[in-house]
Design a protein around this ligand. Structure first.
Ligand code: NAD
Length: 256
């Protein structure tokens, strides 16, 4: 379905981003990976799916590096047809104790980076009259939790940005949508499980059950493969008129 298209997924060396990159590659898309840590293993996994893959290590908190990554992608594959803004970090602390530097980093990586990638991707998408911008928001783009002020602000922000982009692009073949996962068992959430187990003196398994029980009525994690499936759907012709939505995949979290 996506043969001949190029997908750039930010923060795709791990977790949700890597799974979405794989799901799009399975549909034939060329992939530009981005993110920190080991890029070789993800690159090989994508290559094994029989598509071209490139990697750029831009730091999503640095606008200049984001520009370099977008130029690199266009140089390598012609243009970016599918942009998945996925890179994200978390920090948990009360507002009055929140490190200012962490606030700035979360807003830069989880929100502002999507402005930069999107503004740089849109001209070629408009020219081709086809494109997909998929922003990985969160249940925290729709509802809040205590001690996650920066994350909640950034995720609500990206849901708003998604809608503005959808309106600006409404008469074109370019759509902009957000995906709002609930708990997904990735390194980002494992850190929170580890912290909870330590804080409450309970086992990791108990901490996992507690974490799900507080927010996610299904009591099951959303899987990265399920999120990959939703991203593939949003790239399909069936989703041509899905515009500006914030689509929950959260086990009922935001239905409460
Ligand atoms: P993860 O920690 O497994 O992956 C994050 C990815 O972002 C990694 O590839 C990392 O290298 C990259 N990254 C971090 N900082 C970066 C930077 N400055 N520049 C470039 N890349 C950077 O996390 P994940 O759980 O897969 O999260 C992916 C996205 O999904 C995030 O936006 C997160 O907020 C969102 N999300 C996650 C969950 C969850 O339960 N895991 C729920 C809702 C939303």
């Amino acid at each position: 379905m996506l043969k001949g298209k190029t997908a750039l997924v930010t923060g795709s060396t791990s977790g949700i981003g890597l799974a979405i990159a794989k799901a799009l590659a399975q549909q034939g898309a060329r992939i530009v990976l981005n993110g920190f840590g080991d890029a070789e293993a993800p690159r090989k996994e994508i290559e094994a799916l029989g598509v071209d893959v490139a990697y750029h290590g831009a730091d999503m908190s640095q606008p200049q590096q984001i520009e370099e990554m977008m130029t690199f992608a266009a140089f390598r594959f012609g243009r970016v047809d599918i942009l998945v803004n996925n890179a994200g970090i978390q920090h948990v602390a009360k507002i009055e104790e929140f490190p200012v530097e962490r606030w700035d980093a979360i807003i830069a990586i989880n929100l502002t980076s999507a402005f930069h990638t999107t503004r740089l991707a849109i001209p070629a998408m408009r020219e081709a009259n086809w494109g997909r911008v998929i922003n990985i928001a969160s249940a925290h783009g729709l509802v809040a939790s205590a001690q996650k002020s920066a994350y909640v602000a950034a995720k609500h922000g990206i849901v708003g940005f998604t809608k503005s982009a959808a309106l600006e692009l409404a008469t074109t073949g370019v759509t902009s949508n957000a995906i709002c996962p609930g708990w997904v068992l990735t390194p980002l959430v494992q850190k929170q499980i580890d912290a909870r187990a330590k804080r409450d003196g309970i086992s990791l398994a108990e901490a996992q059950v507690e974490l799900l029980g507080e927010k996610q009525p299904s009591l099951q994690f959303t899987t990265v493969e399920q999120l990959g499936g939703l991203a593939v759907f949003l790239c399909s012709p069936a989703a041509d008129q899905v515009r500006g939505v914030a689509w929950q995949m959260d086990g009922g979290w935001t239905a409460q």
